[in-house]
Ligand binder design. Structure first.
Ligand code: NDP
Length: 493
């Protein structure tokens, strides 16, 4: 097998040590990052094995399944539910377009759930085939590191088998965390929320990150009453403040009850439903309570610290820029490293791992200008810096361009919901530092804008680009006047 250059030649020497191992690479965790790293390493000629727990479509007891969180209990099923939830409001909007919807329109949650599970099972099969087509051996069981080059796999019947590998890759992702409040066991996390037997009529959600606002939109779109409780003034901490305010306004506009600066203190099981108490002394009865209060890296059962692998205080595996831990033969990618917890980032890290270790091309992932989207309804999508980050990081002044408009579709449907777009420009260099959009199709539009930012586009280059008419996207190339000129305070050096 060809293994040429590596990090300053050090890895090359490491790989040349003549010791017999069962595999060149053993991957623990067959989610997005693990599958990508395994396949690409195999394509570079490595002998690869991967282990993952079998997928149980209904039980939330077993976490696992080839495809990982994104495919089995994250991005993919969530997006299916977002599509499902979007039809209700769209059917309402259709009336002014001449559609007569005289009969009562019913939503059948069980049917959607069944279709969603079928699709997830199909994708689970696709991912397994991707692995076998690449020559990667799949072991269905729970992996644990027992030495710098040894992994023990426990099968479902309890049998344990030990394998040796020149390199071990940890790609076990993360899991939802629950707040430590009395009665927390009566709440659910996004894992169960994706497979609830019945559509809850009234839902309480704790948190205001991606998962909280996405599920709020899903359930509200399906007709449920939704109460969203969060600690801050606005949802989506870390995003541009102006866009956070727009998302809050839109969620309220769609009928979601927002409870900022409020936390849950207790859950009490009742004959019917759950009583929820808040730190403002409120009591609400709900059919389901969703904890969307962040996720923690999946490292607890991996035996990493006894083997000497360093973890940070959140339990995440500490890695260098090449995704290597302090133990030279052990590497980690994806959410388990708690760097930027997004599927495409795990894919990037998996690709670069394979190139570095088996492709002879040491490569560090580039975390600049990574676009992302929150699939609330309507969605928010951003790339580059927020206004607050731009003011912190830009050398000079920052020009803010915004466009707020009624999407053409709304002019006929009558929906009162504005789309907002925003560009942040370095006043000195004219470089576009950040772009955001909240409105229909924002993620589809932002992917193209991300390419422009990755190429270092200037505002002038945006301006000379011809728009597509009539579209919302054309606003990104027609924002002519500065909305705000933010002056950087002069510092005396
Ligand atoms: P986030 O980290 O996005 O948000 C966590 C939320 O929970 C915040 O609002 C936080 O509040 C709140 N919170 C945390 N601890 C507590 C507590 N003890 N009591 C009350 N509130 C609390 O987590 P998510 O669970 O929404 O998502 C996890 C990760 O998954 C994200 O980081 C994201 O990267 C990824 N993801 C990406 C998606 C996408 O790309 N579309 C979709 C879903 C998930 P505060 O702000 O006050 O700290």
């Amino acid at each position: 097998m060809a293994r040429k250059t590596l990090i300053d030649g050090e890895l090359e020497k490491f790989n040349q040590v003549e010791v017999h191992y069962d595999f060149d690479l053993f991957v623990i965790g067959a989610g997005s990052g693990g599958v990508r790293a395994a396949r690409f390493s195999a394509q570079f000629g490595a002998k690869v094995e991967i282990c993952e727990l079998p997928f149980h479509p209904i039980s939330s007891e077993v976490i696992g399944g080839v495809g990982g969180t994104c495919v089995i209990r994250g991005c993919v099923p969530k997006k299916i539910l977002v599509y499902g939830a979007s039809f209700g409001p769209e059917l309402e909007d259709a009336r002014n377009y001449g559609w007569e919807l005289n009969e009562k329109i019913d939503f059948n949650w069980k049917k959607l759930l069944h279709k969603k599970t079928e699709e997830i099972l199909r994708l689970n099969g696709v991912y397994k085939r991707l692995l076998s087509n690449a020559g990667v051996k799949l072991y269905e069981g729970e992996g644990k590191v027992v030495g710098p080059n040894e992994v023990e796999v426990t099968q479902l019947d309890g049998t344990k088998i030990c394998y040796s590998a020149k390199h071990i890759l940890i790609a076990t992702g993360s899991r939802a965390q629950r707040p430590s409040i009395p009665g927390q066991e009566f709440g659910i996390t996004s894992d169960e929320a994706l497979s609830l037997e019945d559509l809850p009529k009234h839902v309480v959600i704790l948190g205001a990150g991606y998962i909280a606002v996405e599920f709020a939109s899903i359930w509200r779109g399906m007709g449920s009453t939704v109460d969203l409780f969060f600690r801050k003034e606005l949802p989506l901490r870390g995003f541009d403040d102006e866009m956070r305010a727009v998302v809050a306004r839109n969620l309220e506009g769609r009928g979601i009850n927002l409870h900022p600066r409020t936390n849950l203190t207790e859950l009490v099981k009742m004959n019917e439903g759950i009583k929820v108490r808040t730190d403002h002394g409120e009591e609400i009865r709900a059919d389901a309570v969703l904890f969307a209060a962040g996720r923690v890296p999946n490292t607890k059962r991996l035996n990493l610290e006894p083997v000497g692998v360093e973890l940070d205080k959140t339990g995440a595996v500490k890695v260098d820029e090449y995704s290597r831990t302090n133990i030279p033969s052990i590497w980690a990618i994806g959410d388990v490293t708690n760097r930027m917890n997004l599927t495409p980032v795990a894919l990037m890290e998996g690709t670069y791992f394979a190139k570095t270790v088996f492709g002879g091309q040491p490569s560090k992932p580039d975390y600049g200008n990574i676009p992302c989207a929150v699939f609330c309804i309507p969605p928010l999508s951003v790339v580059g810096l927020s206004e607050e980050q731009a003011m912190e990081q830009a050398k000079g002044d920052v020009l803010v361009f915004t466009s707020t408009f009624n999407p053409m579709k709304n002019t006929i449907s009558g929906r009162q919901e504005k789309t907002i777009m925003k560009l942040l420009v370095d006043a000195e260099t004219d470089k576009v530092l950040g772009a955001s959009m909240c409105g229909p199709d924002a993620p589809e539009i932002m992917q193209g804008i991300a390419i422009a930012l990755k190429c270092g586009a200037t505002k002038e280059q945006f301006d000379i680009t011809v728009g597509i008419h009539p579209s919302a996207a054309e606003e990104f190339v027609t924002m002519r006047s500065v909305t705000r000129h933010l002056t950087k305070p002069k510092t005396n050096l």
